[in-house]
Design a protein around this ligand. Structure first.
Ligand code: GLC
Length: 422
């Protein structure tokens, strides 16, 4: 393992410091670098190190999480000791399962059961608890409250209303001295984030989730095509061509520079837009994503962050101790004040948290109504499945294929993967 068995200075071994461990572990953790994540993860890990007498080594995950998975796979396949604790997306637990420590014997049962059952379900494969839940997330719509007020517009309820409001405000702002204004920025690059955005459009039109939770392939249907058609109409209209290459951070940059009316992202954007020094402070509203049609269901993509321990960690117990610290109540509360939604039920009744994080007021409902990617049913093949989906959708958005043709192709590719047992 990559942690130094650093023998503490001789003084620490004396009776006066008997409570101190004779040798301390260096635990290496991969922290996300999107938004405020790196600072939060690093400061908390360092606080744990100070409290326990261990040391911690921080590794930075790429801000685009999709790029982290191949890196993890490579390190874990080589049984590398460079990584002890991993920040995990909920869709990766199945893929990485064989490399992760089963935490059932390591974390007390009452601590485990203080998390939402749905979050524990993300972490559980074949009855093994392969990670601890850290935060939950769903796609949300951020918008310029000041601009909607300026033009007397209400929060749009449907995607069509959003398209109209975005266009109207974009055009008026451009005409009155803001030439760089766009109506709507989101994640259109061919990567995991586009699978999330597309799932939201399609599910909110009543077109399913590409693959049902039972494994039936539902991708090719008229409602899904209608949803992709409206998204295609945004390119070059209310969304810049560049959106075809935007990920979370790229699109957030445009919104936070003041150049878009609407912005789809995850809840962390509430924190970054309210932070000291943000030029959008006080100007941003947050709402559930629009629906396809009146009476439809808002379908924010479900996402979650978890922490897992590598089987190849030299000191599994020290790594587990760090995971328990980071996913525990004190740290989850600190993060919740910065807009990361906790997985601990009790924090949803905490007054400080509710005051600081308005999106939490509808978070439980948003999670209940969220749409899940088909990662459970496709297991270790989810990444391949998602690639088929985001490439097909990207072809529609960039005008290479019609929605009908692309969806038919995606569905037949998925049928082939399914026939091989995923
Ligand atoms: C966020 C979500 C994660 C999702 C990713 C897509 O990090 O938490 O679940 O896979 O975005 O880019």
């Amino acid at each position: 393992m990559h942690w130094t068995k650093c023998v503490k200075a001789a003084a620490l071994a004396t009776a006066a410091f008997a409570a101190f461990p004779a040798a301390a572990a260096e635990v290496s953790i991969f922290c996300s670098s999107a938004g405020a994540e790196l600072e939060l993860c690093q400061s908390a890990s360092e606080a744990w190190a100070k409290e326990t007498g261990n040391t911690v080594k921080i590794n930075k995950m790429p801000a685009n999480w999709g790029e982290a998975l191949p890196l993890y796979q490579q390190l874990l396949a080589g049984k590398s000791g460079d990584v002890d604790v991993l920040t995990l997306d909920n869709i990766w637990v199945g893929t990485l399962a064989s490399h992760l420590v089963d935490l059932r014997q390591k974390v007390p049962a009452d601590e485990v059961s203080s998390h939402f059952e749905s979050s524990l379900a993300d972490a559980t494969i074949n009855g093994q608890l392969l990670a601890m839940p850290w935060f939950v997330d769903a796609g949300l719509m951020f918008y310029r409250k000041d601009l909607l007020e300026k033009y007397g517009k209400a929060e749009p309820k449907t995607w069509r209303e959003l398209t109209e409001t975005a266009k109207l405000i974009q055009d008026k702002e451009r005409a009155s001295g803001s030439p760089d204004m766009w109506g709507y920025v989101w994640q259109g690059r061919a990567y995991e984030g586009l699978t999330c955005d597309a799932l939201e459009w399609v599910a909110s039109y009543g077109g399913g989730t590409f693959i049902s939770p039972e494994g039936e392939i539902t991708a090719n249907n008229p409602k899904a095509a209608e949803a992709l058609d409206i998204a295609r109409s945004w390119i070059g209209g209310i969304s810049p061509e560049g959106v075809l290459n935007y990920d979370e951070e790229g699109s957030r940059g445009v919104f936070e520079a003041g150049n878009s009316v609407f912005h789809r992202n995850w809840s962390y954007v509430w924190g970054t837009t309210q932070a000291d020094g943000s030029s959008l402070r006080g100007k941003v509203g947050v709402m559930a994503l629009p629906v396809g049609a009146e009476g439809g269901k808002s379908s924010g993509c479900y996402g979650a962050g978890l922490l897992g321990v590598s089987k190849y960690a030299d000191d599994v117990d020290a790594a587990v101790s760090l995971v328990r610290y980071l996913t525990g109540a004190k740290e989850q509360k600190r993060r919740a004040l910065q807009a990361y939604s906790p997985t601990l039920k009790a924090l949803y009744e905490d007054k400080d948290v509710l005051a600081a994080n308005p999106s939490l007021q509808f978070a439980e409902k948003a999670y209940a109504e969220s749409a899940s990617r088909p990662s459970q049913v496709t297991g270790a093949s989810y990444n391949r499945v998602s690639q088929r989906i985001f490439n097909g959708v990207h072809n529609v958005l960039s005008g290479k294929e019609s929605a009908d043709d692309a969806l038919a192709k995606v569905a037949s590719d998925l049928e082939r993967l399914k026939a091989r047992g995923w």
